[in-house]
Every structure is written in C-alpha cells, then in structure tokens.
Design a protein around this ligand. Structure first.
Ligand SMILES: [Zn+2]
Length: 53
C-alpha cells in the first residue's frame, strides 16, 4: 500500500498525468497513455523503461 500523500505528488513520467495504485501497480490515469509502473519493495518505480502498457 502506497501512502496517499506520495500518490498525490507522483506523476506519470511519460505524460505528466496523475497516477493511482491498482492491484500493486502504479497506473497512469491518462486514457491515452495508461502505462503501469511496478512497485518494488514498496517503492514505486516511476521509469518509462520499467513501465508496461
Ligand atoms: Zn502516462
């Protein structure tokens, strides 16, 4: 579970949209982007290279 304060300051590095936590991943809320970022050891990995569609 990622802290809500942290979620609020995170943004998708690809499109700068807001993100949310879903099913253990950080999900970009932009419908046009929609990248999913992994969470490793409780730390969101906000890297486009690590993201999956
Ligand atoms: Zn995005």
């Amino acid at each position: 579970m990622i802290d809500k304060m942290l979620l609020n300051i995170l943004a998708c590095p690809a499109c700068q949209a807001d993100v949310d936590e879903r099913a253990g991943q950080i999900v970009c809320l932009s419908a046009a982007c929609g990248l999913k970022y992994p969470i490793k050891d409780g730390i969101p990995v906000m890297l486009v290279d690590e993201a999956v569609k």
